[in-house]
Design a protein around this ligand. Structure first.
Ligand SMILES: [Zn+2]
Length: 231
């Protein structure tokens, strides 16, 4: 009998359930809760993950694609530039541009593989047992020595780093053309926005002083404040 996910209520296909502290999760809800930890036991409560689920559902509702980044063999990045949201492939996990920390490429050295090639490759003993057969032709080849070659594999891992409600996560990706530049743009916009906000708060403080000094009225101050806070 199929079990239901404690967060979204969807039926969980056999053998794919993961555990939260006090319930079980489908693959989608696991991914929402996961952050960067690749594990099937999540040290989070169903209530906590339900909060993530709510945020994600709200983003899903308003998402309207305005741009798609893809090319042959790449991940597909679906973007909504108006709501500043995106998701990758068919994941249904919606990230805000503001949550993007950056794009990272990391070289990871894999195991060194040594291949030893024996010339001929057949032992004398075996050959000796089949004197009359066709493999008699390689008699003695094992004494001719062997050659070995080693190679080290280097893998490049590419991912988008995200700081969202669930913490820090690495979203692995086969980057489509233009992704790096797009992400740089998002992070720059975020920094600019943050510094603008700080400037505006300073500005409001100045107006508050003017209000306290009686230079401007409460009404004038309120209007200015609303304007600066984008209310
Ligand atoms: Zn679920």
């Amino acid at each position: 009998m199929a079990k239901s996910c404690s967060v979204c209520g969807n039926k969980i296909p056999l053998g794919t359930a993961s555990k939260a502290i006090d319930g079980i999760l489908c693959v989608n809800c696991l991914n929402l809760a996961n952050g960067s930890i690749m594990t099937r036991n999540i040290p989070k409560s169903i209530q906590e993950i339900s909060e993530y689920y709510k945020i994600n559902e709200e983003r899903k509702k308003i998402f309207t694609e305005t741009q798609t980044l893809k090319n042959f063999g790449s991940s597909i990045v679906h973007i909504d530039n108006n709501n500043r949201l995106f998701y990758i492939n068919k994941t249904e996990i919606y990230y805000s541009f503001n949550e993007v920390v950056g794009y990272t490429e990391e070289n990871i050295t894999g195991p060194t593989i040594t291949t030893t090639k024996k010339k001929g490759g057949i032992t004398r003993a075996l050959v000796g047992g089949a004197i009359a057969g066709p493999i008699g032709a390689v008699v003695g080849s094992n004494t001719a020595g062997s050659t070995s070659t080693s190679s080290t594999t280097i893998q490049t891992k590419k991912y988008i780093e995200i700081e969202d409600y669930s913490g820090h996560r690495k979203v692995f990706i086969l980057p489509p053309k233009g992704l790096k530049e797009t992400i740089e743009m998002w992070t720059q916009q975020k920094e600019k926005k943050q510094s603008n906000n700080l400037d505006n708060i300073e500005e409001i403080k100045k107006y508050k002083e003017l209000l306290d000094m009686g230079v401007i009225t409460q009404e004038e101050f309120d209007t200015k404040k609303k304007e600066l806070l984008n209310l």
